[in-house]
Design a binder for this molecule. Sequence first.
Ligand code: NDP
Length: 293
Amino acid sequence: MILLDGKVISEQMKAEIAQEVENIKKQGGKIPHLAAILVGHDGGSETYVGNKEKSCNQVGFRSTVLRFEDTITEVQLLEEINKLNNNPEIDGFIVQMPLPKHISEQKVTEAIDPKKDVDGFHPLNIGRMTIGMPAYISATPDGIIELLRRYKIETLGKHCVVLGRSNIVGRPISNLLSLKGYPGDCTVTVCHSRTKNIPEITRTADILIVALGQAEYVTADMVKEGAVVIDVGINRIKSDKTKSGWKLLGDVKFDEVAPKCSYITPVPGGVGLLTIISLLKNTLKATKKEIYG
Ligand code: NDP
């Protein structure tokens, strides 16, 4: 069994991005500049945005955080988005979700210029990705693709079972893995809460991607010998054995599943660590105008 190590890959990718920034600097080019809009004071969102700023600094990007009170109106927020769309200093930006209830997340997502949509949530980017055109791909599916690539995992003709059909994980990754070329060419089955006989289906998976949000859902009897298992789930569970009073568990019962696998991701330390790197990668692409020219 080989561990798909998100820490090792993320460090490797950060170093590659930092090197590219150095090269850009030497050539007098534009330093990538990522902006983030943060509305309100949600603890989780503050942490995510803080981590994004830190990662930007580590690779030599510029970063800007625009903070607004949660009393901001939808119209005002859309105006701020428009300003970023038209600001040539900003290469890409994100709007940290969730937003206050009086603001439509869909409207906000659609207001972002697709050329600056480094989160890859704009319907244009999703559509382009779906038909295999160059597009900003959102962080989690992109992180999974990076893991498959970097560990040179064979995908051609493999049966890939994806547990979960959310717009941010299950749906995009099942689409990407069915596209022509590496790392695609899989035969993909997508399962969800209405799927019957999930264990029967997962037992036929060469590659099993699990994104349910159900702690330790996948057990050893559900996995084929030699399968590649990618656990996207992050579940915060109460624990009296840790100082913090809680622990993180994946959607896969790691201890019993790992011995059966050829490759498996740990939680934490797997896919999660790559998501921030995908955002940096997309920002670099935006600066270099790689997707839209
Ligand atoms: P969602 O809640 O949006 O989607 C969950 C999906 O799983 C749905 O399609 C749902 O089916 C299906 N599902 C839930 N329970 C069952 C069940 N018992 N049997 C069959 N299907 C089920 O979750 P996300 O996709 O946003 O996230 C999934 C997990 O991944 C979460 O733990 C989340 O924290 C984690 N995550 C991790 C990230 C990372 O960076 N590593 C990034 C994003 C998410 P239906 O559609 O029918 O309701």
